[in-house]
Every structure is written in C-alpha cells, then in structure tokens.
Design a protein around this ligand. Structure first.
Ligand code: FMN
Length: 152
C-alpha cells in the first residue's frame, strides 16, 4: 500500500530521512512548508524554540493526501514539535488514517512523541510506530529505516 510521507525540515535532516525512506517504499513525499520567512537564521532559531516551548502554531502550506498510511517526520524543538508541525497535526484530516511517527533530534527526543500522541488521540488516530534518530546518525540511519519499513 502506498504511504504518504509528510515532513517538516528547517536544516535538511528530516528532509534527508524523508527522501531516504521514500527511496525504499512506494510513497508520495510531501513537505510541510512555512509560509513566508518561517524560522530562518539565529533569530528564527530563538523564535522557533520559544514558539515550540509555548505550544504555538505557525502558518503553513501543506498537501492533504489520500493514502491510509502516513509517516510524519518532524524535528524535535524544545523537547516538543515545531509550530508548523503543530498546525499540521491540528489541520490535517487524519480520518481513517494510521500514522508512523519519526523524529530527528540533536540529542534528546524529549516529549516529542507524547505531544504527538496526545494530539492524535483527539482524532482517534492509530499510531503504528515511532522512531527517533539523532542528527549525527542520519547518514547511517539505514538500520532504523529498515525497521520502520518492516512495520509499514
Ligand atoms: C528551535 C530548535 C529547537 C531545538 N530543540 C531541540 C531539543 O529540544 N532537543 C534536541 O535533541 N534537539 C533540538 N533541536 C535540534 C533539532 O531537533 C535537530 O537538529 C533536527 O535534526 C533538525 O531537523 P531539520 O534539519 O530537519 O530541521 C532543536 C532545533 C531547533 C532549530
């Protein structure tokens, strides 16, 4: 079955993981994009951390695909999720879909999965797996992707 892969990426780590995963399975690849400037540069880093910590959302463009299985790939921000991903999870129609969660991070996954699971529980969305990958491991993350593919 075709998998819709959604990812948000500020500095390319999640994008790289999304592309590697997409090479391995029958999938559509969709970027969750900030509208306007987003969180670029040093100011964006501080603003992004603050917004994430305060559970704020930001304006995004995203595609609503129709596959029943989706993989959501997000960076960890302030131990939680970026504002763009928060908006995505709140606006996306998860009706009938099953979701695999994948996060990339600098050092610690923090509460990222708990936050996502709590949000997705509101729509009764089934979570079929979760994987966290450290930024340093991304070039050698094939083993994680193999595990993930076996669960999709
Ligand atoms: C605003 C901000 C906050 C972050 N907070 C955390 C954090 O709490 N824990 C962590 O391990 N990494 C944190 N990171 C690092 C990112 O999660 C990590 O570099 C990730 O792989 C970036 O993905 P991307 O390149 O796709 O944007 C943070 C990065 C940013 C920009």
């Amino acid at each position: 079955m075709k998998v819709d892969i959604y990812y948000y990426s500020r500095t390319g780590n999640c994008e790289q993981v999304a592309e590697r995963l997409s090479d391995r399975i029958d999938s559509n690849l969709y970027r969750i994009a900030d509208k306007g400037e987003g969180f670029k540069g040093l100011v964006g880093w501080f603003k992004g951390g603050y917004y994430a910590f305060r559970d704020k959302e930001s304006d995004i463009n995203f595609h609503q695909g129709d596959s029943e299985i989706i993989c959501l790939i997000t960076p960890v921000w302030a131990g939680k999720i970026p504002p763009a991903v928060r908006r995505f999870v709140n606006q996306f129609n998860f009706n009938g879909k099953e979701v695999y969660l994948l996060a990339t991070m600098g050092g610690s996954e923090g509460q990222v999965f708990e936050v996502l699971e709590r949000m997705l529980a509101k729509s009764g969305t089934k979570i079929i797996g979760r994987t966290a990958i450290k930024a340093n491991d991304i070039t050698t993350c094939n083993v994680y992707l193999d595990q993930l593919c076996s669960q999709l």
